[in-house]
Write a protein that binds this ligand. Structure first.
Ligand SMILES: [Zn+2]
Length: 345
């Protein structure tokens, strides 16, 4: 097991917010290493350098956590692309890569599990057993490779997320459990999001909240309510898209002519880095403890968020200096004249 970071998750949260960074699957899809549709992270085995580089970019941008790319790396999903036999190798390699890059800085490593598509509230007894086995196998490999905590994310069902939480607690690791929020107010098994977070907190989750689906504008109002209901740490990991009350999730976004843009024509709705910086500052003001980003996230957003939280990060060395732009910078003509004067001798 590799050496752990000097400061654990809970220790960091006591004194400061933790900056999260996700969106690996969408970003690596854009870069040509993951297929949109199945979204299985085959990149872990097929192009480890591509994943290593993205981890490094998030680290330089100020992420406090390297999240192992095991999202959708479970048995059900790998089966859909005919790679069930690569399950263990892929899961182990993902955690190794996250550790390798985390040690280039002082980042934490998170194991990651997600919705399985196997949970069935109508056949809770049988499906729960299957889900539990899927989480156990993924997390036992992750724990062996070395992780600081586990993120169980994009949970459509509270019932399924409680199984994830139980498995994480049995491993003795801190648990961050966040819900998906595709429906207006409730999980797919009918729990109000705020109530569901409270139940997760009461069952021992160290961090609860929401991730994915919603942009900052439609996620923060729910997270604010969660903050007032629970005494544990709260997480927000929105998608960087301009969702609004009439189109609250990125799945529901449509262009003016009615075309649905999810998941690969979302660009017209992207937030700017300034909007994501404002979100991070607002989240901190609301008392959110784990401030991150989900699908659509990329390093420039994370840097803007980290800087809005008062940090200077390695990539801040190249943060914008628009005043030096040749066309729109300040005193352009004056500077050009000076340059010519200096060089004409
Ligand atoms: Zn997402």
């Amino acid at each position: 097991m590799p050496a752990r970071s000097s400061r654990g998750l809970l220790e960091r949260l006591k004194t400061d917010v933790v900056v999260g960074a996700e969106g690996y699957v969408f970003e690596l899809e854009r870069r040509g290493y993951i297929k949109a549709g199945p979204y299985v992270p085959e990149v872990v085995l097929d192009f480890p350098d591509a994943l290593r580089e993205l981890h490094r970019e998030f680290l330089r941008a100020g992420a406090d956590v390297m999240v192992a790319l095991t999202y959708y790396a479970h048995r059900q999903k790998l089966k859909t692309v005919g790679r069930e036999n690569d399950l263990e190798a892929l899961n182990r390699q993902a955690v190794r890569l996250a550790n390798e890059v985390a040690r280039e800085g002082d980042a934490l490593v998170a194991g990651d599990i997600c919705n399985t598509w196997a949970y069935d509230p109508k056949d809770k007894a049988t499906s729960s057993k299957v889900v539990r086995r899927m989480y156990e196998e993924q997390l036992s490999w992750a724990a062996e490779e070395g992780i600081d905590f586990v993120i169980a994310e994009t949970n459509d069902y509270l019932g399924e997320s409680l199984i994830a939480l139980q498995v994480i607690k049995e491993l003795g690791l801190p648990a961050m459990v966040t819900l998906a929020s595709t429906r207006p107010h409730q999980t797919w098994d009918g729990y109000d999001y705020v109530d569901a977070c409270k139940i997760l907190a009461d069952n021992g989750a160290d961090i609860v909240g929401l991730n994915c689906d919603r942009g900052p504008a439609t996620m923060l109002p729910i997270v604010e309510q969660v903050r007032s209901r629970v005494s544990v740490y709260v997480a927000a990991q929105p998608v960087p898209y301009k969702t609004a009350p009439e189109m609250p999730t990125f799945e529901s976004l449509k262009t003016d002519d009615g075309t649905r843009v999810f998941p690969i024509a979302l660009e017209p709705f992207l937030c700017t880095r300034f909007e994501m910086a404002a979100y991070a500052a607002r989240a901190k003001a609301l008392g959110v403890n784990y401030i991150g980003i989900c699908c659509g996230g990329s390093p420039h957003y994370v840097r803007a968020m980290a800087e809005a939280l008062g940090r200077t990060v390695p990539a801040s060395r190249y943060s914008p200096a628009i005043e030096l732009h040749p066309m729109i910078g300040a005193r352009v003509e004056e500077k050009e004249k000076q340059f010519i004067a200096d060089w004409k001798g």
